[in-house]
Design a protein around this ligand. Structure first.
Ligand SMILES: Nc1ncnc2c1ncn2[C@@H]1O[C@H](COP(=O)(O)OP(=O)(O)O)[C@@H](O)[C@H]1O
Ligand SMILES: O=C(O)C(=O)C[C@H](O)[C@H](O)COP(=O)(O)O
Length: 344
């Protein structure tokens, strides 16, 4: 049998998306129980960028996470979990630092409570030296977030570096704002993100985190101000109100949530981001992309854990194909600036 041409093999290995961020073990009580009372806790693997990568692979596309893990049982669990989900890890092991952990409690009223045990974690020591492990894979898009920028000075430099150099590697720059005031560093994170905006191809953010960046939580105004700052495409998440996608004329359009049941709201936003981005990279228009993001979010909302409820791969492949087939120009049909280069 003749060997496949090397170029084809290289093209196949190119991930659709590379995310940069922290993967953690997540401990949480079973549905309808609380941390105060539960006799046992569930163990999951999570982290914003890992969650989004899991949504991307659930739709049959390729995603890799650049991170650092400790040389411990939690780190090994995360490696296994990423493998099960088909998410590639471009990961360094740091034997001097632990893998991060967070604990989630969801009260019966649906309010989320998250406690972090991640100060000094392996991933909090990431820096711009971690960038190449992802950028050299030449992904179609890179995904970064304000969360990573808030982990410490090194991770902040990493996010800034990715912002500056994604286009040099032919990758679209995707920013999911993901502000986490509980991590501190809010002011410096906001400054860093604002300085990046002129290079951002796709901005994903929630109405609950837009004030510090844009001084408004009105979706149409968020979109207007983001585009003024140089962002190419914006989609706004609005929790139980659903989301706002942008049509071909730059108008913000509301879309209702597809959630039938809300068991655990944490992780829905990451699933939305993964679904929206994957659909856009596959050529779906913005409305269908928002619908697919909402669909994945609805699945995650219905179960405990940040990624439980994502579709099985065969179903995901079918959902993605349908989103592309149903795209009829109501939104912006051409995927945002994939592979374009921008002057500084
Ligand atoms: N409480 C909720 N009820 C109904 N739908 C929700 C709820 N929370 C989230 N969603 C759905 O999940 C999507 C993403 O969640 P959202 O909370 O907006 O993001 P994030 O978690 O990043 O703040 C929303 O656009 C909506 O479709
Ligand atoms: O908060 C963090 O530090 C994390 O990385 C893990 C969070 O569970 C996800 O990011 C969930 O975020 P949403 O999808 O916006 O609900």
């Amino acid at each position: 049998m003749t060997e496949p041409p090397r170029l084809v093999a290289a093209a196949e290995a190119r991930p659709d998306v590379v995310g940069f961020g922290e993967a953690m073990v997540l401990l949480q009580p079973p549905a309808a129980e609380t941390l105060d009372e539960a006799a046992a806790l569930e163990v999951h693997s999570a982290g914003a960028e890992l969650n989004a990568c899991a949504a991307i692979t659930a739709l049959g596309r390729r995603a890799t996470l650049v991170t650092r893990l400790g040389d411990d049982a939690f780190g090994r669990r995360i490696r296994r979990a990423a493998g099960h989900r088909g998410v590639g890890l471009a990961c360094e092991t740091d034997p001097t630092r632990p893998t991060g952990v967070f604990v989630k409690d969801v009260r019966p009223d649906g309010a989320r409570r998250v406690s972090y045990y991640r100060a000094g974690s392996a991933a909090s020591a990431m820096d711009e030296g971690d960038a190449e492990r992802g950028l050299l894979l030449r992904p179609r898009a890179v995904l970064v977030s304000g969360l990573t920028a808030a982990l410490g000075p090194g991770p902040a430099r990493l996010v800034e570096h990715i912002g500056r150099h994604a286009a040099d590697h032919g990758s679209a720059l995707v920013l999911d704002v993901n502000l986490r005031p509980a991590l501190g560093r809010l002011d410096s994170t906001v400054r860093l993100l604002l300085a990046m905006l002129s290079r951002v191809d796709l901005l994903v953010l929630g109405t609950d985190e837009s004030e510090p960046l844009f001084g408004t939580s009105d979706p149409a105004e968020i979109v207007r101000r983001a585009r003024q700052a140089g962002v190419r495409e914006v989609v706004v998440k609005a929790g139980e109100q659903g989301c706002w996608w942008t049509d071909a004329d730059g108008e913000s359009r509301p879309m209702r949530s597809l959630a039938a049941r809300v068991v655990d709201p944490v992780g829905a936003g990451d699933a939305f981001t993964g679904g929206y981005l994957t659909a856009r990279l596959a050529g779906a228009d913005t409305r269908q992309a928002a619908a697919l993001g909402s669909r994945l979010a609805a699945g995650v909302l219905a179960d405990v854990g940040d990624t439980t409820g994502l579709p099985r791969r065969a179903e995901g492949v079918r959902l993605l194909a349908a989103a592309v087939a149903d795209s009829a120009g109501a939104g912006v049909a051409a995927p945002f600036g994939v592979g374009r280069s921008r002057a500084d």
